[in-house]
Design a binder for this molecule. Sequence first.
Ligand SMILES: *Cc1c(COP(=O)(O)O)cnc(C)c1O
Length: 364
Amino acid sequence: MIKYLDLQKINDSFEPDLTSAVNRVTHSGWYLLGTELNKFENEFAKYCGVSYCVGVGNGLDALTLILMSYISMGRIKEGSEVIVPANTYIASILSIMRAGLKPVLCEPEWETCNIDPKKIESLITKKTSAVMVVHLYGRLCKMKEISELCKKRGLLVIEDCAQAHGAKNKDGQCAGNLGDAAGFSFYPGKNLGALGDAGAVTTNDKDLAERVRMLSNYGSSEKYVHPYIGVNSRLDEIQAAALMVKLPRLDADNDRRKYVASRYINEIKNEKITLPVKDTSHVFHVFTIFTSDRDELKSHLEKCGVQTLVHYPIPPHHQDALKDYSNLSFPITERIHREELSLPISPVMTDDEISHVIESVNNF
Ligand SMILES: *Cc1c(COP(=O)(O)O)cnc(C)c1O
């Protein structure tokens, strides 16, 4: 069986460095807010080309803390609206709700599956405070159009980079440096994955970075001094040390993902299947194909020994958690959820495995 994502093989490929980093922290006697975190924050900020990086507990918290911080700084009004793609992993939307703000869902483009810049403007009201873009599946959103619009209308741009570590635009600018602030997830299966939950905020705004740091640590400015109502959401030393082992290989790992994707795009030939449109920014966290016979294709591939996933089976506005949105219609979002199938993709896939996936898809 070709696994959808062989995390064991991925992490084994970082040995013995990964275990030795974990052991170093285990025996250091210091587990939170120490030198490992400091080092990773500096290196990840440098990697993204931003001035500041603040490690937090996970990706959902990273996005939530950005919004909470803007509210705390008076730059986002309590209860205001945030435009977010209807086609995303539900966490993007939950972060807005958790910050006490109102998500306003926007249709994606069918070709890119990302938020449609042309549809944002009609959703802007007096209450809109920000646009949260999601570089879904690893493909950058059309940031030039979106940034220009948001600048003109005085809106903040927040990037959900949970699937786009290391995605770069044509000018070499990196995800995490394309808006006012960005949230990253280092969930184990992401392109840069920890050994448990972890996340980070990147920004060039010093005040925002400081506020996120305080709010993520009980709202404290220094030990036992609490000017703000905060939460506890920190990136621990073991995760920071593990991420520091993996970060130097992120570009090479993304290149290998791009290689797998280019083989799929060039060699999959099946009239029933739509392949993703080419885009040099895409770091292929997920390799998406589309077919109206999705469930049949999934079971065909299963029989061929190819494990696949669906990203995602139920759109957010059809989830019980978002009952208030259930009467809305998002035909493109719904089509993506109906037709999408994700093929195995990872930096450790062998050429034989890639060939077997291609052959199995072509036989459908
Ligand atoms: C994974 C993911 C998140 C949430 O990250 P966690 O670290 O699991 O909280 C948010 N948005 C998107 C698009 C994701 O894929």
